[in-house]
Design a protein around this ligand. Structure first.
Ligand SMILES: C[S@@+](CC[C@H](N)C(=O)[O-])C[C@H]1O[C@@H](n2cnc3c(N)ncnc32)[C@H](O)[C@@H]1O
Length: 344
């Protein structure tokens, strides 16, 4: 393999879409192969390592969750000793960047069910000790100066050293985890938490939110926690724990049965899990209630095998009132994707 090999990861079942986006970005000469079918793949880029990273960061593919350059992409025998040797070799070659005290997060993955390959957690524990003792590095899990990524298959070991921002996500494989809280209203809350991070938002800076399709209330609860006043619209019931919140207005109605004064909200969120065109129609009807420059976060259900068409249609449908800033399939999205839009 050439020097410019990368390991890419998408949500399961959406790697082909990620590859299509990468082909458009890097040119038709890019080559792909499966590491974990439908989810994880290697790619050989016709551009240099740095050009490839720059192209991906400049126009981030919606379906690519994580990417790392495989500075090592070697055949191997599948033992811990070889993996440790390969990682130490990579560290040795980058001693200038990895001076004593530098923090490094080691992230190791392998395909599901490969019981004979080393266990990522114990290999990481071994490497963390070694990196500290042999090289004076500071092994951490989060917020590191550098990330050392390793992906193991039966035939090959891939390893790369990057700055966290170069991987699109500083979580291993982009699989961001939030702690489940006691009494949490719904798992859907994680989607909005992830959107806040992925789109670089700070919900605390908003004041008035409209949540369409709010029940049982995971998104509403997050926005209330961030200090916003929330108008939650849903014919289904909101979780009883939310009903006593003073900053909550709950309208037990369908979205086409409500109306608001112009510019009342600076944030609109919608997680209706409905046909994308119907959803766009309902959101458009309420668009005047959002201030110019206001933000909208909307999940879009993707038509099977027609993901790009769904995105195109919904952005076109919404274009009369909203400008698309970013579309991203988040780790907590399933057969859907999240849009970040601005009210025009
Ligand atoms: C996936 S759930 C939303 C979960 C929510 N974001 C949370 O965090 O708990 C989708 C919701 O959309 C609501 N919904 C569907 N069609 C609607 C409509 N026309 N108007 C308002 N709500 C609708 C459903 O009743 C359902 O509660």
């Amino acid at each position: 393999m050439s020097e410019c090999v990368f390991v890419g990861t998408s949500n399961r079942g959406f790697a082909q879409q990620a590859q299509e986006e990468l082909r458009r970005l890097l040119g038709p000469a890019v080559r792909f192969g499966w590491l974990s079918p439908g989810e994880i793949f290697w790619l050989e880029s016709p551009l240099s390592r740095d050009e490839t990273i720059a192209a991906v960061l400049k126009q981030e593919p919606a379906f690519l969750r994580h990417l790392f350059p495989a500075d090592v992409a070697d055949e191997w025998g599948g033992t811990s000793a070889e993996a440790i040797g390969a990682v130490c070799g990579l560290v040795e070659r980058n001693r200038e960047a990895l001076s004593a005290g530098t923090s490094v997060a080691v992230q190791i993955r392998k395909p599901e069910g490969e019981a004979e390959l080393p266990a990522p957690a114990s290999l990481k524990a071994e490497l963390d000790v070694l990196l500290q003792q042999e090289y004076g590095l500071n092994p951490v899990v989060r917020q590191s100066d550098w990330i050392l990524s390793v992906y193991m298959t039966r035939s090959r070991l891939y390893a790369g050293l990057t700055r966290p921002e170069e991987n699109l996500s500083d979580w291993s494989g982009g699989a961001i985890r939030f702690r489940r809280e006691e009494g949490q209203v719904s798992r859907a809350k994680f989607k909005l938490l992830e959107a806040e991070l992925a789109f670089g938002l700070d919900f605390q800076s908003y004041r008035q939110a409209l949540d369409i399709g709010a029940a049982p209330g995971g998104w509403t609860s997050l926005l209330l926690e961030r200090g916003l006043a929330v108008t939650a619209v849903d014919p289904a019931k909101l979780d009883a724990s939310l009903l006593s919140q003073p900053r909550l207005t709950y309208l037990s109605k369908k979205a086409d049965e409500v109306k608001f004064e112009t510019g009342k909200f600076d944030l609109l969120v919608c997680d209706m899990s409905w046909s994308h065109r119907q959803m766009a129609k309902l959101v458009l009807q309420l668009a005047d209630a959002v201030q110019t420059g206001g933000t909208a976060i909307i999940t879009v259900k993707l038509m099977h095998k027609k993901a790009f068409q769904s995105i195109r249609e919904v952005t076109e449908d919404l274009s009369g009132a909203f400008t698309l800033l970013k579309a991203k399939q988040l780790f907590h999205n399933r057969d859907e994707l999240t849009l970040f839009l601005m009210k025009s």
